[in-house]
Design a protein. Structure first.
Length: 338
């Protein structure tokens, strides 16, 4: 009723009242979508509207919806061969999105419902497992799931450590979910000097070297900032998220985070164990996406949207059935073997 009284205020209503984490911040905007992308009750209601119309309340597995149709595109008749490739790409994308959502839901449900072991989900989805000794913080050089702060936090939660239950499914990367099961837990303890003497010496030497490198690097950074054009720097590199020219992630982040409105820009960043980087950014070029890269990004966005809908659905179920899971992680530094 409020939406129909003030159609222009639908976005504000969505921001205030929507429980969908994926679209609420966008004022409920779902962007353009084709048939098969939404659950059937939602899709049927949306396709029955004319531009500018607002639907009645629509019920789906994800809750209740009020839909306003903002725009329609497509529908022009073209020869089949002219659109065949785009149709095939769209179908593949939709199938991949749907398949990912199904597998993600199966994974999430199985590790939660059969929480005494990871073996059921491994057998069901034909997945592989990794065994590793981890601490609360990621080890230097750790990659993938073992570098995820969210997963490490879940591993050291009481439910995993004391009750020996699987962690919840955790998103550890684009289109990547992981769960862990603690096999052995070692509380924090004070090691005797004989066990740590060499390690302490190495860490002390490394810390002193890093401090010296930082001091020299910051001095060089100040010098280059004072006169960027006159700075004598090595030959330039083209740096992007896709290809960092072998630079560490911290260096790529620092370079791409520079203010592109003030060029040349100069940034500096300490690189753990590798010294200090001073970089001068001479130009910022627009991203040149190939068609297949653009399609891949669209597929990732679609899959992220599917995950968000699944998470919203499970959150709604938890609220409806009053599920309240309280977890308090151990406060000291520990190691565990998931």
């Amino acid at each position: 009723a409020e939406a129909r009284k003030n159609p222009a205020g639908v976005a504000e209503l969505a921001k205030k009242n929507s429980e969908d984490p994926g679209s609420a911040v966008q004022g409920g905007d779902l962007d353009f979508f084709g048939r098969g992308a939404m659950v059937k009750p939602f899709e049927d209601a949306a396709y029955a509207l004319k531009v500018g119309e607002i639907s009645n309340v629509v019920e789906s597995d994800f809750g209740y919806h009020v839909i306003k149709l903002e725009a329609v595109r497509g529908g022009d008749k073209k020869p089949f061969e002219a659109v065949r490739a785009s149709i095939e790409d769209e179908v593949r994308k939709q199938l991949a999105t749907k398949k990912w959502a199904e597998v993600a839901e199966q994974f999430t449900n199985t590790v939660y419902e059969q929480a005494d072991s990871l073996q059921p989900v491994l057998d069901k989805l034909k997945l592989s497992k990794r065994t590793a000794t981890v601490q609360r913080t990621a080890a230097p050089g750790a990659t993938g799931a073992l570098a995820s702060p969210k997963l490490l936090e879940a591993i050291f939660a009481n439910d995993a450590v004391k009750n020996k239950r699987n962690t919840d499914a955790v998103e550890v990367g684009p289109n990547q979910l992981a769960s862990a099961h603690v096999l052995q837990y070692q509380p924090a303890r004070t090691l005797p000097l004989t066990e740590v003497r060499d390690a302490v010496r190495q860490r002390t030497a490394a810390a002193q070297a890093e401090a010296a490198a930082r001091k020299d690097g910051e001095a060089r950074l100040a010098q280059v900032k004072a006169d960027p054009a006159a700075a004598d720097l090595p030959n330039g590199l083209m740096v992007s998220r896709k290809g960092g020219e072998g630079l560490p992630r911290e260096a790529v982040d620092a370079v791409l985070g520079a203010d592109a409105r003030k060029l040349p820009a100069v940034v500096g960043v300490a690189l753990a164990g590798q010294g200090y980087l001073v970089a001068r950014i001479n130009a910022v070029l627009p991203r040149d996406l190939k068609p297949e890269e653009e399609q891949g990004l669209k597929a990732q966005l679609g899959q992220a949207w599917a995950r968000a809908e699944s998470e919203a659905y499970f959150d709604a179920l938890k609220r409806r059935f009053k599920v309240d899971k309280k977890v308090k992680a151990p406060v000291s530094e520990q190691s565990a073997k998931p």
